[in-house]
Design a binder for this molecule. Structure first.
Ligand code: SF4
Ligand code: SF4
Length: 166
């Protein structure tokens, strides 16, 4: 055995021992899910974003004007927002069009949220978006309007620059 190999093995053991007494940073998913408090928002008036999680979007359909600025912002990033026709009577949305998002392509950058001048498109802590059929990754405006269920049961604790949980 050469010296490099031995020092590599001993180094790995040393790292393991050092971490034995530290608190856990990994989760036993899916029994354990991180309880993330808030999603990413952007205040168009003050031009500032919040420090929230960038998960599935939430669309406030009653405030959407159908201006398409979110879709335009996404065009050169992932081009995953389509403005689609919606049923119903939407007084401030004369064209009856709202964003539909394809999560098979979305990169969760949040630029569409920044681009919305009417504070009606934000992001939520929902991160469980996988599907076995890619058509199910396309979320219609009415799907985006539903608040995600709160599933988190483990609180994240941040201490001196280190994140862990109980
Ligand atoms: S978060 Fe997704 S939908 Fe929004 S601009 Fe980025 S890629 Fe497009
Ligand atoms: S979500 Fe906002 S930016 Fe997108 S169409 Fe509606 S009002 Fe315009």
């Amino acid at each position: 055995m050469n010296y490099k190999l031995i020092s590599g093995i001993l180094g790995a053991f040393a790292v393991g021992f050092r971490n034995i007494f530290k608190r856990r940073m990994t989760l036993r998913y899916p029994e354990e899910r991180l309880d993330i408090e808030s999603g990413y928002t952007f205040d168009a008036k003050s031009n500032t974003g919040s420090a929230g999680f960038k998960g599935r979007h939430i669309l406030y359909t009653d405030k959407c004007t159908g201006c398409s600025l979110c879709a335009i912002a996404c065009e050169n990033i992932a081009d995953c927002i389509d403005m689609v026709q919606v049923e119903g009577n939407w007084p401030i949305n004369p064209k009856n069009i709202m964003p539909q998002i394809d999560y098979g392509r979305c990169v969760f950058c949040g630029f569409c949220v920044d681009a919305c001048p009417f504070d009606c498109l934000f992001m939520t802590p929902e991160y469980e978006l996988s599907a076995t059929d890619k058509r199910k990754l396309v979320h219609t405006p009415f799907q985006l309007a539903v608040f995600p269920e709160k599933k988190g049961n483990v609180k994240l604790i941040s201490d001196d620059g280190v994140a862990y949980h109980d």
